[in-house]
Design a protein around this ligand. Structure first.
Ligand code: PLP
Length: 449
């Protein structure tokens, strides 16, 4: 057990310790990580940090006290709405991230359905199996039933399957632009038509693509309509802390109009602490994150985002072509915006991931089918060749000595795939994570299986 500090350390000692602690973390600035951090260079980062610092102490829980935060929030939402073909009716909230945006959207539609469709006692949401896990969390928290639609061969949701899964209990459809696992865009126009035909709401999860897809389209890429231009779309989530390059802790959740948004709000007028109103899940809302989002949009602007997006597309093309040129590997589907995954029919990609990790890369692994996942940012411009070289080498190493890499990730993923009951897998994951999140703890399924 770590003793509670008695005399405080000096400022220099504290900061030096932090530098020491983080020295072995994933090297996101050097482009060795492929998720978690979205880095567009020091100039933008410094600006976002400076904006954050100016609002370090502020709290958007009470926008009456911090009128400037109300202004920054509504201006940010308005700028995002105009990017998504919103109009003067479009409203929203800034939340702490994509998960909170999704949590709030599902709560909103649940509460709306309670009023508009009191006959529905067990509300259902039809969503692609590729929708982000935050929807599972939201359904778990808010008592909604998720009905999972399969994907078509191109990894976009199978629209006929979606329609067949709609029942009198359905309140909401979901599509993602792009979806996280394979980076492809669900058919939002078709989902919108289904939503209108069946009197349903439609949430578009643009957490990942909100600040790239509009620019991909502008640059001549094939991006079908996915926003409020599509009839039937009633809300959109878009993460400012991803490809908009704001500080962590800010996402936009937009609704077609305030009649829908009002179901998101929580108010409690009987509290001895005063009239309480909170727009979303958190109480205190860091003003710094909001200021950094506003600052990033204002500073980078349309022209800057176009340049950034072009860089992402160029890097992605080099990577995808290089991967597809390796006999044993192939990229899944035709992802349009810098998010992609590759698989192999002959090699265990989990073992391949371990070899790449030995070479200093941080690799994200996925399942069904097993594949490796990549999200390209401006930090990856220039790492294409070093990465592809290491990848080609890793493939050769694995082909020569597959038995050397049977433990590690291959064993972990193999084990979880062999357990037929997903509830048991979830239990194992929680148990292993709980062990890990202790002083010096390790993540392993040892003793559980
Ligand atoms: C990242 C992401 C989320 C969740 O956002 P967080 O900011 O991590 O909470 C939801 N949907 C998609 C498609 C995402 O990529």
């Amino acid at each position: 057990m770590l003793a509670f500090p008695q005399d405080g350390l000096s400022r220099d000692e504290v900061l030096a310790s932090l530098d020491e602690y983080r020295a072995a973390d994933g090297d996101w600035q050097g482009g060795k990580t492929w998720s978690l951090v979205y880095y567009a260079g020091e100039e933008i980062t410094q600006l976002a940090e400076d904006a954050y610092r100016k609002y370090f102490h502020t709290n958007a829980l009470n926008p009456f006290v911090f009128q400037s935060l109300k202004r920054l929030e509504t201006e940010t939402l308005s700028m995002v709405a105009s990017l998504f073909h919103g109009d003067d009716d479009t409203v929203g909230s800034l939340t702490s991230g994509g998960s909170e945006s999704i949590l709030m959207a599902l709560k909103t539609y649940r509460d709306e359905a309670r009023v508009l469709h009191p006959e529905i006692t067990e509300p259902e949401v039809v969503l692609p199996i590729s929708a982000h896990a935050a929807f599972e969390k939201a359904a778990h928290y808010f008592g909604l039933k998720l009905i999972h639609a399969p994907l078509a061969d191109d990894y976009r949701v199978d629209i006929a399957a979606v329609e067949s899964l709609i029942t009198p209990n359905t309140i909401l459809l979901v599509g993602s632009t792009p979806q996280y696992p394979h980076g492809v865009i669900d058919p939002i126009e078709e989902l919108g038509a289904l939503a209108l035909k069946h009197g349903l709401r439609l949430h578009v999860d643009a957490c990942l693509g909100g600040f790239t897809l509009p620019f991909v389209r502008e640059l001549g890429g094939e991006v079908p309509p996915f926003d409020f231009a599509v009839p039937g779309v009633t809300s959109i989530s878009a993460d400012l802390h991803k490809y908009a390059f704001a500080a962590k802790g800010v996402s936009a959740l937009l609704y077609r109009n305030a009649d829908i948004r009002k179901f998101q709000y929580f108010a409690y007028g009987n509290w001895p602490g005063g009239l309480f109103i909170s727009p979303s899940a958190t109480g205190t809302r860091p003003g710094g994150a909001i200021a950094s989002a506003w600052a990033a949009l204002k500073f980078i602007g349309q022209k800057g985002y176009l340049e950034i997006t072009q860089s992402i597309l160029d890097t992605t093309k080099k990577l995808v072509d290089g991967i597809n040129a390796i006999d044993e590997l192939y990229v899944l589907g035709e992802p349009p915006a810098g998010i992609f995954a590759f698989a192999s029919d002959t090699l265990n990609v989990h073992a391949l991931a371990d070899i790449l990790e030995h070479k200093g890369w941080v690799i994200d692994q996925q399942v069904n089918p097993s594949n490796l996942h990549f999200m390209v940012t401006p930090a990856h411009a220039g790492v294409e060749e070093p990465f592809l070289r290491d990848l080609r080498e890793s493939v050769e190493i694995l082909k020569a000595h597959p038995e050397d890499f049977a433990a590690g990730s291959a064993a972990l993923y193999g084990m979880s795939a062999a357990i037929p009951d997903p509830g048991i897998v979830n239990q194992f994951i929680k148990e292993a994570y709980s062990r890990f999140m202790t002083l010096g703890g390790e993540f392993s399924f040892e003793g559980l299986v």
